[in-house]
Design a binder for this molecule. Structure first.
Ligand code: LR7
Ligand code: MN
Length: 756
């Protein structure tokens, strides 16, 4: 019966349909088989593993995030800027990337190592271009990338044809016209508009500009919250942030690392990767294979593309300082600026060569850059270090604004205008882009968490931390609002040129590398400016485990010396906190010459800058910095009495909180201090002396609550063979004795401990 039914279906037109159906199934099967053959088995296995792994990681991340929300509302990651992504506010496709990133970086890159081992195949696997990866990547990412590509495609030229770097000049001149006629509306701005409407819309799209409007007519969407005063009276028009992304040649979608995707090399490349690693302390071998003008995903929060910026933004000089930078990363940095900056705003690119030793950075670089009229190269005659190299760049810059960048970055779509907009709104604003991560291992472009700001921890160690929840709530912050930033990372920021010079630039006495970000940050905030991270401006940076260049002097000493200069000039009484975190040795002038500071101190006075206390209270209130480690009465456990200062000598009294002569501070300098007097040890007689406090004298320092648990409550001389302060049982005198962990007469307790 069943068979008969089937036969009936297969009669006449049914038979034809069935044939077509069967044929297409067979064809499809062949097709799939062919596809399978084209991806070798090892690779598809690897890809499958990758899909599974990414899913696992995603689950893990989500669970972890949920946990950390409950237990740690404000987690700080000083080690690395890569942060977890806030699932509530990020686009879905970004979750995928950040999970990958989080697994790799938050654990110091160990996972990445593991992944690349797991995923090695016989040939290069070009990340998410593969079939399997499209499955994991939610649609939104694909759309987003396609949009990018679509813009790029419009600007594509036949192979081999170089695009004139002045591309977009037409738009620039339009903007200039507009500057002169700020009140014009859309219909008047483009004289061609009515003549050739179609062409205009293509042109507008090419530069990512879909609409123009007048500030007066449409005020709300423009982010003008802060600094409004400084623009009062100006009536320039505004436009949507330009979405520029040009490429020099037709973009090869299959190129290695294209679209910022991770590249996994085969095992056979290991030796080459290793061999070339030290050239830049990242995967130089891989970087050299990636197009110098590759596309990267537009990682901005969604609303950014709709933001309005002024038509008459100031121009900028982009300054890259480098020493022995890798060729491909230097070029990629330069191309990312040329390709993604509105030409009329990019005055020039200044490459400051800090006395590099590599030959390719000489004539070959001159020759290569000669095709770009906007690129200038400044060669330093001796190694100056990045700080003085930046100053050399600033000295010759012609733009209104200086934009400093490291020489291994990739500027993302729409990166420049939001920075310049802030400077335009208030010249004392110093905007920084969000610094995203280009993996040092697989060169993938990875986004970072929202609401991250630059902070420091003692002893002036830079790090990232989430903006406290209450600040977000109180200020109604959205993911695209500027974020006030206590300190900047250092390498990537824009600053009004005149303002930079008014602030006295950097302290030129800072050497080579390190600490200059603290100096400029304190200077900006304390002398009337502000530092902001602009979420709508994003630049990727290769984070490296080590500096790939040599330091003329010892690296650690160089950085310590720089930090000491900063502490001496800017930290007021808080400089003790800096020295107290393991830098006591810097106080010994015989060991460390930090150079002359007169000019820097003068500058601070001249600029009438505020105190560091003001800075801590107003800019970085969530750092808790007590000026003493402990304070109050100093109670002796054996005697059950308190230390007192009487007529210039130490004695014991019955403890009484109301008596000022019983109050002592245990300071960051490790002093036992009452006003200007410090308890000191007199080595010879094993006695004690009261001396006026002096940070440079080691015999005034006492270890207390140091790591040795058995002696935690003891007061141990840092000097003279580590003797302990002991109360004589009759309670008349104090003396120094060999330390005894059991002696209660050697145990002391302060009333309050601010730091354990
Ligand atoms: O002697 C030198 N001369 C130079 O021209 C030493 C360095 N340089 C160049 C170098 O080629 C590079 O382009 O200066 C730039 C910065 O040096 P990196 O990349 O070795 O520094 P980094 O990225 O490890 O360090 C960060 O901290 C530095 C402290 O002095 C600088 O402020 C860097 O600009 C800064 N980089 C960033 O802020 C990017 C984000 C990193 C973070 C967090
Ligand atoms: Mn760098």
């Amino acid at each position: 019966m069943q068979m008969l039914k089937v036969r009936r279906y297969l009669r006449g037109s049914g038979r034809v349909l069935a044939f077509v159906f069967v044929a297409s199934v067979i064809w499809l099967l062949f097709d799939m088989a062919a596809l399978r053959i084209s991806i070798n088995d090892v690779n598809s296995q690897l890809l499958r593993e990758r899909v599974i792994r990414e899913k696992e990681v995603m689950m893990l991340m989500m669970m972890k995030q949920r946990q950390s929300r409950v237990t740690q509302p404000m987690k700080e990651g000083l080690d690395h800027p890569v942060q977890k992504v806030d699932l509530a506010v990020t686009h879905s496709w970004k979750k995928q990337r950040s999970n990958k990133l989080a697994q790799a970086y938050r654990r110091g890159g160990k996972d990445l190592e593991l992944n690349s081992n797991q995923k090695r195949g016989d040939k290069v696997i070009i990340g998410d271009n593969s079939e399997s990866n499209n499955k994991v990547r939610p649609k939104k990412e694909a759309v987003n990338l396609d949009l990018n590509e679509a813009v790029a495609r419009k600007t594509q030229h036949p192979p081999g044809v170089q695009v004139n770097t002045n591309q977009g000049v037409k738009v620039a001149s339009q903007l200039q016209v507009e500057e002169a006629h700020p009140a014009r509306t859309v219909s008047h701005q483009n004289p061609n508009k009515n003549v050739n409407k179609k062409e205009e819309s293509v042109e507008a799209k090419r530069v990512g500009m879909t609409e123009r409007t007048n500030l007066n007519a449409k005020k709300e969407p423009l982010n003008l919250r802060a600094g409004q005063n400084s623009t009062a009276g100006r009536k320039a028009g505004v436009h949507k942030v330009l979405h520029l992304d040009m490429t020099q040649a037709p973009r090869d979608a299959k190129a290695v690392g294209q679209f910022g995707q991770a590249v996994f090399l085969s095992r056979s490349d290991d030796a080459e990767v290793k061999k070339r690693w030290d050239e830049g302390h990242f995967n130089v071998y891989l970087s050299d294979q990636i197009p110098v003008d590759r596309a990267i995903p537009d990682t901005r929060p969604e609303s950014c593309a709709q933001n309005l910026v002024h038509d008459d933004l100031p121009s900028t000089s982009v300054i890259f300082c480098f020493v022995d930078e890798v060729w491909s990363t230097l070029l990629r940095s330069v191309h990312s600026v040329l390709n993604r900056s509105p030409p009329h705003l990019l005055k020039e690119i200044i490459l400051v060569d800090d006395f590099s030793t590599r030959d390719y950075l000489k004539e070959p670089l001159d020759k290569y850059m000669s095709q770009f009229p906007k690129v200038r190269i400044v060669r330093l005659k001796e190694r100056q270090g990045l700080i003085r190299a930046r100053l050399a760049g600033a000295a010759v810059a012609k733009g209104d604004v200086l934009t400093f960048l490291d020489s291994h970055v990739e500027c993302n779509v729409g990166w420049l205008e939001p920075l310049l907009e802030q400077v335009y709104l208030d010249r004392r604003k110093v905007p920084c882009p969000v610094i995203e991560v280009i993996s040092d291992k697989d060169m993938s472009y990875m986004l970072v968490d929202n609401f991250q700001r630059g902070i420091f921890k003692w002893p002036l160690v830079f790090g990232w931390s989430a903006v406290p929840e209450d600040v977000i709530r109180k200020n109604n912050l959205t993911v695209s609002d500027p974020i006030k930033c206590p300190v900047m990372a250092g390498g990537l920021f824009s600053i009004d040129k005149n303002y930079f010079f008014e602030l006295g630039t950097y302290d030129p006495g800072l050497d080579v590398w390190g600490g200059e970000n603290m100096e400029i940050s304190f200077k900006i905030w304390m002398c009337g400016g502000e530092i902001e991270i602009i979420p709508c401006s994003r630049v990727g940076h290769i984070f490296r485990g080590q500096n790939p260049y040599k330091f003329p002097k010892d690296r650690q000493k160089t950085v310590e010396r720089n930090l000491a200069r900063v502490a001496e000039v800017w930290l007021d009484e808080y400089k003790d906190v800096f020295y107290g975190h393991g830098y006591h040795h810097l106080l010994d002038k015989k060991l460390m010459d930090i150079g002359n500071l007169t000019e820097q101190i003068e500058l601070r006075k001249r600029l009438k800058c505020k105190s560091f206390k003001w800075y801590l209270e107003n800019v970085y209130p969530d750092i808790n910095t007590p000026l003493a480690k402990a304070e109050g009465l100093v109670f002796n456990r054996g005697l059950r009495k308190c230390l007192a200062l009487q007529k210039g000598s130490l004695s014991f009294e019955t403890c009484d909180l109301t008596k000022q002569n019983q109050h002592f501070n245990y300071t960051w300098m490790r002093h036992i201090r009452q006003q200007d007097l410090c308890v000191g040890s007199q080595t010879k007689e094993h006695g004690l002396a009261l001396l006026s406090c002096d940070n440079t004298k080691p015999d005034l320092r006492w270890l207390h609550k140091a790591s040795n648990l058995a002696l935690a409550e003891h007061l141990i001389t840092e000097f003279s063979n580590h003797m302990c302060l002991e109360a004589e049982p009759r309670g008349v005198i104090t003396r120094l004795s060999p330390c005894d962990s059991n002696s209660v007469f050697q145990k002391w307790q302060f009333t309050h401990y601010h730091v354990q």
